[in-house]
Design a protein around this ligand. Structure first.
Ligand code: LLP
Length: 426
């Protein structure tokens, strides 16, 4: 789908641009984002979920240009902090199309969201219900809310990114009755309008069985609410989480497949419970932003460790991609600035940080003649890489360069040493 091509001389182009020229103009490391790719994915989700709502999960990656693209493509936006909300608003996103998330929103976050006029707040605790109701009342508005429920699903993904089993911080449990109690409390409050229920089971999921269980339990709770209160809530949101291919071993589903499966399950369960089918929404982050971007690095030191492997150091590392160190994530990597006939050698691509866990790609085969000045690219770094980037070791964060139709433009600029020093006011 992307506009990447490899010419006969081995040089990769993206959107018609030679990676060597991109490196020359914008420096390395750099996140190279293919605007057409991200727009196509937005369209694919929008088309697949026609009749439902798609909220792009801004935590995967957010900047003003991206907010504009997703708004133009007809998607809504999920934000999970006042900072993400600020980016969305400054890019002119219609607040009515914003959903505000978070397990520990402060009174200030809630006031900010209500003053901005966000379309929906996903409430995550009893305290928050009271806080949102209070703030809405003070501002003389009726705030639309959904309740984040925990459905007790073990999603088969890394522990830190699974979110719907019982022993974790998010949501109100269906099993112990807290979700039903939250609904009772909200229905009594005149300043809140309960739109529905929200469930997010985790991230980088390939197996849709978890979504099926989640949909079933959410619909069962809708039926229980109808039986108890005589009201049918109009919406359910089944969250994000669809996995993407990081290496050729991954075989992700298409949005159209997941849409068909989710809509079928919801319809079937509603029919069984004699409920009207609620409006469905989903919140893909990674599946939209992830595949759109690769990180371009320049190779520096190469060390061959006899009998072990070759360590290929690049000019970035865990500060621009923490996912390998944090989740044991797997990435691919390839030489993109020339062709090579040299033997493939077992390599580990590492960064420039003072830490041996600073690994970008744990195991990869790279040509034995790789050396300083070569450019390598790590694909699928559009989600949770720039957004989780740090300044560890006072390394400046790379720019995001958007490419389209032979043109490149910086949408997030590279940090400078001045940026680093600006906050240090002691
Ligand atoms: N909705 C909610 C309520 C979420 O918590 C998340 C992700 C999403 C949607 C989007 O999920 P996605 O479609 O992107 O899987 N930093 C981790 C991922 C954390 C995901 C947190 N929540 C990583 O790098 O894998």
């Amino acid at each position: 789908k992307t506009t990447e091509r490899r010419a006969a001389d081995g040089v990769v182009t993206v959107a018609g641009l030679d990676v060597r020229e991109l490196a020359q103009e914008f420096g390395t490391p750099a996140y190279i984002l293919d605007e057409d790719d991200i727009r196509e994915r937005c369209r694919a989700w929008k088309d697949a979920f026609a009749g439902s709502d798609v909220f792009y999960a801004g935590k995967a990656f957010l900047c003003r240009a991206l907010v504009k693209w997703i708004a133009e493509e007809g998607l809504n936006l999920d934000v999970c902090s006042s900072g993400e909300l600020a980016v969305a608003l400054s890019a002119g996103m219609d607040p009515a199309r914003i959903a505000f998330h978070g397990n520990n929103k402060s009174a200030a976050d809630i006031t900010r969201a209500i003053e901005a006029g966000v379309g929906r707040i996903i409430v995550d605790s009893y305290e928050e219900i009271a806080r949102v109701a209070f703030a809405a009342e003070r501002h003389g508005v009726v705030q639309k809310v959904l309740v984040r429920v925990t459905v007790g699903v073990e999603a088969h993904t890394h522990e830190f990114i699974a979110t719907a089993h019982e022993d974790q911080k998010f949501g109100l449990s269906v099993a112990d009755g807290k979700a039903a109690e939250a609904v009772r409390r909200i229905l009594k409050l005149g300043s809140l309008e309960l739109l529905g229920l929200h469930s997010h089971i985790g991230s980088q999921i390939f197996d849709t069985a978890g979504f099926e269980v989640s949909a079933r339990r959410v619909v069962a709770l809708l039926a229980a609410i109808r039986d108890e209160h005589g009201v049918q809530l109009p919406e359910i949101d089944l969250g994000g989480g669809l996995g993407i291919a990081y290496t050729s071993a991954d075989d992700p589903k298409q949005p159209s497949d997941i849409a068909r499966e989710l809509v079928d399950i919801v319809k079937r369960e509603c029919a069984a419970a004699d409920l009207d089918v609620p409006r469905l929404s989903v919140e893909p982050g990674r599946a939209i932003a992830g595949p759109s971007t690769f990180t371009l690095y320049e190779v520096g030191t190469v060390k061959q460790l006899e009998g072990l492997r070759t360590y290929v150091s690049v000019d970035g590392g865990m500060s621009d991609n923490i996912r390998t160190a944090l989740y044991d994530a797997e990435y691919a990597v390839s030489l993109v600035s020339r062709a090579s006939d040299a033997e493939p050698m077992l390599s580990r691509v590492v960064g420039k940080h003072c830490e041996s866990g600073d690994i970008v790609v744990r195991d990869a085969y790279l040509p034995a003649d790789l050396g300083p000045g070569d450019l390598v690219a790590v694909p699928a770094t559009g989600a949770y890489c720039r957004s989780m980037a740090s300044n560890y070791n006072h390394i400046t964060r790379p720019p995001v360069v958007a490419v389209k139709d032979g043109q490149a433009r910086v949408v997030v600029r590279r940090e400078t040493e001045d940026d680093l020093l600006r906050l240090d006011v002691g």
